[in-house]
Write a protein that binds this ligand. Sequence first.
Ligand SMILES: [Zn+2]
Length: 398
Amino acid sequence: MLLKNLKELQSSKTSKALKLKSLYKLVAENGPIKTETLTELAQMKPATCARLLDELNALQLITTAELGESTGGRKPILYNINTEGVFLIGIELSKVYSTIVLMDLKLNMLDKIKISPEPYLSAYEMTDKLLPKIDALLFKNNISYEKVLGLGISIEHVVEHQLASKSLNEEFSELEALLRKKIPTYVTVGSGVHFAALAEFRLYYRQKTQRFLFTSCDTEVRGCAIIGNQFLTDTSATMNCFGHMTIDVKGLLCECGSYGCLNTLCSLDAIKNSIIHQIRRGKHSLLTSLVSTDDEINYHTIFQAIEMRDPLCIDALEEAAYYYGLAIANTILMLQPDIVVCGGTLIPKYTFFDTVKKTIETKLALFPNIKTEVYPASHAYEIVSQGAGAMVLEHLVN
Ligand SMILES: [Zn+2]
């Protein structure tokens, strides 16, 4: 019933439906919320707002709860979205970590399964691999597809650097079309950095700021700003330009054709290449005890060596953190966000985040009017999948 009403609201384009959607969006983003606050946020007349809330309530799209004791008269009512019996699925596929997450409409994680990271797969192979896993997750939780509002999936980390024959955009739409054919629910394929930015913002920072920047440092460095509740850049564009800002004009050649892009200095591949290069030049590293040839050196063995406090790997990590920090500081000078959140695989490694933060603070010390706060991503591991679910909700109300 709830899912049917949600879908009807989604497809309706009447002016009343638009008002209902915008009010539903406000309840979803801010609930539990009082009528007065909601009326203010919606910039509606109290009577109009109350009438639309009654309608959302009658459609069972929202729930009401009385709040504590009132000082006389009616008790204040708190509105929230109804999450009963409707679910979202978010999927992140990456070279390092892949997972399928089942969520409620509030993006609370209900269950998840990890999938082994894959090298490059075609859209067909990916669909064949994913479908039984999604079925298994739903079956385990006794949920059918009829109760799933939609599925969001991020694949950019799997297809990047494999662009010889097709563009990333083509890969995205091919997978989206295939999954839509096989799965009886809304499917969106998108970019992990947008998903992660949206989830971090919605779950933790919405109340604090309207100027928000999310960046992540992984196999590529990416960035995404949300200003005034809107993405600053087009979320359908799959190419992320953040990693191609020039940091060192005398640096290495980047795949884009320029020299010294951020990606060549602090991505996982940049760290790996620098470590292998130094080992080949005869520098000592504990890594050599973990592998039999340098061809076996990968992200996982490097992380293992970092845990063993290998000086060579730690130096490479610290240098990457310095360049990443500089790039963020440059972006802060331009965008002046209130809050920057740094995500990705490297953030929890040894002192990576501390060095990033220190580099930013040193650079910004000369600009005391800029009071940007920098935080590590809260739940670095599932945030992309949660954001994929959030993207399904955005589709519902926009
Ligand atoms: Zn580049």
